[in-house]
Design a protein around this ligand. Structure first.
Ligand SMILES: [Zn+2]
Ligand SMILES: [Zn+2]
Length: 372
């Protein structure tokens, strides 16, 4: 079964706001929730809706989906795309019953944010790959306080106002009775900790911005728009959580002679009329140097020759594309008087009329003019 378009699954258009996506998701999730809907395919539909929502509600995933659809080339690198795992139904109840982010423990380990870096490559660098060093600014755990934010030798205290939960319950009397609202603790700003003596290096944040050098191995055969995931090189996590990932997105510059389509290379070589009429052996540039190519006598303009294995290596190491050489016959301009005379002689000799030489093509053309 082919995978349905995520926008279609949620019934929203491509410009839908996050709010609209959320609304559509809630409606459908309620409808298909397996606890409510006992139809056979309810669970499958529920999962489909959930997957669509996970992608379209996350700006980064949405952008990737808009660019690549379900065929995100990044998934080939074993990484980031929509994962198949499905973490039960608890998160949806959080959403229905007003949990949201508010109930989360502020002290729980959190993974750091992902980073994106755009790397521009020369045509041949993308074909052959390269190893290079990049420098990215990112947040790292402060080395002085090891992330606690407290001056070395001291420790952050548990916030006495919220007891370390990061949240305060606010009771209100209303005509309907007493209502308890939860809000972020304003004494510790939701961290659950109070730092009396702040670390001088990071001024209590526990993180510092640094320019970090990272070695990147660009795989041979990478193409424009593809990305590489470098695990663990994103922003630092919080409370001992793992760091995020770094995504390197590639932009490949065009080449003045070669054109690339996937793993195949296309080029065009100009030939003179005598070369194609009489046949010739020519030299053609390829990505790995010159090769000889035999042009048989009687070659037509537009004919394509294939140089097997002279294309781009598959980025996953599976084989190599071909190079396609298309012949273009160039009509001479500025002939000398002598050359013109020879041409006339040639035209006289061959009858000068192409219909005698061209496998019925001119017959077809004539019939088309007559409207047959
Ligand atoms: Zn620090
Ligand atoms: Zn607090």
């Amino acid at each position: 079964m082919s995978k349905r378009d995520y926008y279609e699954v949620l019934g929203v258009d491509r410009n839908a706001s996050v709010e609209e996506v959320k609304k559509a998701y809630r409606k459908l999730a309620r409808k298909y929730h397996p606890d409510v809907n006992k139809e056979e395919d309810a669970e499958a539909k529920f999962k489909e809706v959930k997957e669509a929502y996970d992608t379209l509600s996350d700006p980064q995933k949405k952008a990737r989906y808009d660019q690549f659809g379900h065929a995100d080339p990044n998934q080939g690198f074993g990484g980031a795309g929509a994962s198949g795992d499905f973490g039960g139904f608890s998160d949806i109840f959080d959403m229905f019953f007003g949990g949201g982010g508010g109930r989360r423990n502020p002290n729980a380990p959190r993974q750091g944010d992902d980073l994106q870096y755009t790397m521009t490559l020369e045509f041949k660098e993308a074909v052959f790959g390269k190893e290079t060093e990049i420098e990215i600014p990112r947040e790292e755990t402060c080395g002085t306080c090891h992330g606690s934010g407290a001056k070395p030798g001291t420790k952050p205290d548990t916030c006495s106002h919220c007891g370390g939960s990061g949240q305060l319950n606010v009771e209100q009397n209303t005509p309907f009775g007493r209502v308890v609202n939860r809000r972020v603790c304003n004494y510790c700003e939701g961290t659950g900790k109070i730092i009396k003596q702040k670390c001088a290096t990071c001024s209590g944040k526990g993180k510092v911005r640094k320019r970090k050098k990272i070695n990147i191995k660009v795989p041979a055969g990478i193409d424009n728009g593809q990305q590489l995931r470098v695990a663990g090189q994103g922003e630092a996590g919080a409370n001992g959580g793992p760091p995020g990932d770094l995504y390197v997105v590639f932009q490949v510059k065009p080449h003045e002679f070669f054109e690339r389509d996937g793993e195949d290379i296309y080029c065009e070589v100009p030939l003179t009329f005598p070369q194609v009429a009489l046949g010739d052996e020519i030299e053609v540039p390829t990505l790995t140097g010159k090769v000889k190519l035999k042009i048989p006598a009687g070659t037509q303009t537009g004919t394509s020759f294939r140089l097997r294995g002279k294309g781009v290596p598959n980025v996953h190491g599976r084989g190599q594309g071909d190079q396609h050489v298309q012949v273009r016959v160039v009509t001479p301009k500025n002939l000398t008087e002598n050359e013109k005379e020879l041409m006339r002689e040639f035209a006289g000799m061959s009858g000068g009329r192409p219909e005698e030489q061209n496998d019925g093509f001119f017959d077809k053309l004539r019939r088309a003019f007559k409207g047959d």
